[in-house]
Design a protein around this ligand. Structure first.
Ligand SMILES: Nc1ncnc2c1ncn2[C@@H]1O[C@H](COP(=O)(O)OP(=O)(O)O)[C@@H](O)[C@H]1O
Ligand SMILES: [Mg+2]
Length: 343
């Protein structure tokens, strides 16, 4: 923070390790020193949409210079970043092209500006854009135990030796990954019998150590039938539409589900979060676990899966469906023709 010039810091680490959490904490801590700031979430996801990157760059312009811009206006961006000493967070970047658009050249920026970029992949954080790289560290033993106990018991340490031993075992089997600790801890919240905890530890022992997807899958399996269905609907469909809780509940009610209760349960289990603007949010690792469950319903034929979310896959399935309907119609007409001949 004390160095001169413009600095770009890159945070990297696997999904669920705490990059976004750290970026938010960093942003909140130094926000007072910056009059002009912008926090851009989910760069990877937004940039996969048409004009997504340009809309993000326009958000940066309006955040730091209060100027509304439409369309691709690079000179407005250069003006905004050169005139204002800014703090910018770019969360979850996965391609250097995103930095080409959202940073451009470091020389364009006002003296003293700071940018923090997070990514799972160091290849998305090259030296041309990023001055300093930092690998996000896994929590240490006591921090992980504290995080797990907070979610499983709403306290810092378990009461009694038995639960302490079981908690330590869970922390070690989840490889101290914050997202795994949070979800697995929340799954055990309210469970007071030792047997239930021992069963949970046994399930963890069956998976590959520290495999996040498999830990998340255990939590999914612990849901009831309706909660599972709502979880998959959110993972595959609602989350990418950034739908508000009330609207999701409305759609679910139309399908005969008690959405209100299911959403409350999924929230308690930390499988979803509700943003301040009431939209439903799911960590991308949890979303991918849900989508993988649906893909595994039929690996070869997307048309046999319960949900489709990819545009090209949907079009393919519809095209195949049209062909199937035509074949069926032809078969029907042929049988009808045979019947008429017989009569
Ligand atoms: N240092 C931490 N203290 C408490 N909770 C944490 C910490 N780091 C991460 N978490 C929790 O773990 C989950 C995953 O963290 P997140 O920052 O979203 O990971 P990433 O961005 O690396 O995928 C979050 O829900 C967050 O609350
Ligand atoms: Mg993140």
């Amino acid at each position: 923070m004390r160095s001169n010039g413009m600095r770009v810091l890159g945070l990297y680490g696997m999904g669920g390790i705490g990059k976004t959490t750290l970026a938010k904490a960093f942003f909140n801590r130094i926000i007072v020193d910056f009059e002009h700031r912008s926090f851009i979430s989910s760069v990877r996801e937004v940039s996969s949409k048409d004009e997504g990157l340009i809309s993000l760059r326009n958000r940066i312009i309006s955040d730091i210079s209060s100027q509304a811009v439409v369309g691709n206006d690079i000179s407005a961006f250069r003006r905004a970043v050169s005139e204002n000493r800014a703090l910018i967070i770019l969360d979850d970047v996965d391609d250097v092209k995103q930095l080409d658009t959202l940073i451009g050249k470091r020389e364009w920026f006002h003296e003293g500006s700071r940018i923090l970029v997070t990514s799972r992949d160091t290849r998305a954080l090259p030296e041309t854009h990023v001055n300093v790289l930092y690998e996000v560290q896994i929590l240490d033993d006591s921090e992980s135990l504290e995080l797990f106990c907070y979610h499983a018991m709403r306290r810092k340490k378990p009461a009694g030796e038995t639960f302490l031993k079981l908690s330590k075992e869970i922390v070690s089997l989840t490889a101290r990954l914050p997202l795994a600790l949070e979800v697995f801890g929340s799954m055990l919240f309210g469970k007071r019998r030792e047997k239930e905890w021992v069963d949970a530890v046994d399930k963890l022992k069956l998976i590959r150590p520290g495999n996040l997807q498999e830990v998340l899958q255990i939590s999914y399996e612990a849901l009831d039938k309706q909660e599972k269905c709502v979880f998959l609907d959110i993972a595959c469909l609602f989350v990418q539409m950034s739908m508000k809780r009330e609207d999701v509940i409305d759609v679910l009610r139309g399908c005969g589900f008690k959405g209100e209760i299911a959403i409350a349960v999924l929230r308690e289990k930390c499988l979803i979060k509700i943003r301040e603007d009431e939209t439903i949010w799911m960590h991308d690792q949890i979303r991918d676990t849900g989508r993988q469950i649906v893909v595994y319903e039929d690996l070869d034929d997307p048309g046999m899966r319960s949900r489709l979310w990819d545009r090209s896959e949907i079009l393919n399935v519809l095209r195949n469906l049209k062909v199937r309907i035509l074949i069926k119609a032809f078969q029907f007409e042929y049988k009808f023709f045979l019947c008429v001949c017989v009569i």
